[in-house]
Write a new protein. Structure first.
Length: 329
């Protein structure tokens, strides 16, 4: 059974829509995307998933998988902020091999591969502003390497000029409050804004900023409050997982495009709907888990969904994820 929204939105026509976008931000946690954007949400599947996870113990995000160092404090916070600035578009073009980076004799792909590159560089105390393509040395195809180098140099330069080279100074100014810190990251570090306009309003995704704050919180010298105010961080793998569970139901055209690895245009209704539906469905799942006696925060749920889709034993059974060439996630 598909959950269809009671709220009505203006009809849109995808990436060619000429409807003037609204300036307000949509409440994506409490309102689903327009039904004609191509993604439905199954209430029955959310119920089933909440029942299946009723006894699951959701741990705090630890970010302790391969590729990630065991650092704490200032070094860890700088690592998390700069690394998050380039954790996007990690899938290979069709027909090419997935990119992998080597660390301590182990080849790692996806986000662990990116973190491995930073672990290598930070361990050698490389000046990030002086990096070149060797920073991302590995095998396979990593898209947009020049853009990643430019983004990383810009982020490092802004961290140095605005925050005296330390992400802890940013956290101090934010009072170690998650939403305040996220806004400061978006305002002062290039590349973290993720707020596209749609025909029904602004969509405040902020995936990379929220990820950076969540990572810093795992090993910050002081507790970061308010993380539960964030929605889940919509990327490629969370919707892949939710679709595999039957929670997200794509229209026939969208399903065919995803399954055949066709590119989903950035800022199209399809792309917006996939990410928006991920946030909405995850909030419904979080609420229902609380209702069956297993309260979970959104950072905990996000980490669980991502882990299962990327590193878990069932990851290779979850089918295709959507493919959008973007520097937002």
């Amino acid at each position: 059974m598909l959950y269809l929204p009671e709220r009505r939105y203006p009809s849109t026509t995808g990436k060619n829509s000429r409807v003037t976008p609204h300036k307000h931000f949509v409440d994506m946690q409490n309102d689903p995307p327009p039904a004609d954007w191509g993604v439905g949400i199954s209430s029955a599947a959310i119920d089933q998933m909440s029942n299946d996870l009723a006894g699951h113990r959701f741990g705090q995000p630890s970010f302790d998988y391969q590729g990630v160092p065991d650092w704490t404090g200032r070094r860890w916070c700088d690592f998390a902020l700069l690394g998050s600035s380039v954790v996007w578009c990690l899938w290979p073009p069709d027909g090419e091999e997935p990119w992998r980076a080597q660390l301590h004799g182990v080849w790692l792909d996806d986000a662990p591969g990116i973190w491995a590159c930073f672990t290598r560089a930070f361990s050698r105390e490389i000046e990030i502003e002086a990096i070149d393509a060797d920073f991302f040395a590995g095998r396979g195809s990593l898209q947009m390497v020049p853009e990643r180098i430019e983004r990383l140099r810009d982020a490092a330069g802004s961290l140095r000029s605005r925050w005296d080279g330390s992400a802890l100074n940013l956290l101090d100014e934010a009072g170690y409050h998650a939403a305040t810190a996220s806004e400061l990251v978006i305002e002062t570090i290039p590349g973290f804004s993720d707020r596209p306009l749609s025909a029904v309003g602004g969509l405040r995704f902020d995936k990379l900023a929220h990820l950076a704050i969540a990572m810093m919180a795992a090993r910050s010298p002081h507790p970061i409050t308010g993380l539960g105010e964030f929605p889940v961080y919509p990327d490629y793998m969370l919707p892949r997982h939710l679709r595999h569970q039957g929670v997200l139901v794509y229209s026939p055209d969208l399903a065919m495009a995803v399954d055949r690895r066709r590119l989903i245009p950035e800022d199209s209704d399809w792309e917006h709907a996939i990410r928006w539906a991920t946030i909405y469905a995850a909030e419904q799942l979080r609420a229902r888990l609380t209702g069956v006696g297993n309260p979970v925060t959104t950072p905990q749920l996000d980490y669980y969904l991502w882990w299962e889709a990327v590193l878990g034993p069932r990851a290779n059974t979850m089918g295709e994820h959507h493919r959008t060439v973007t520097k937002r996630y």
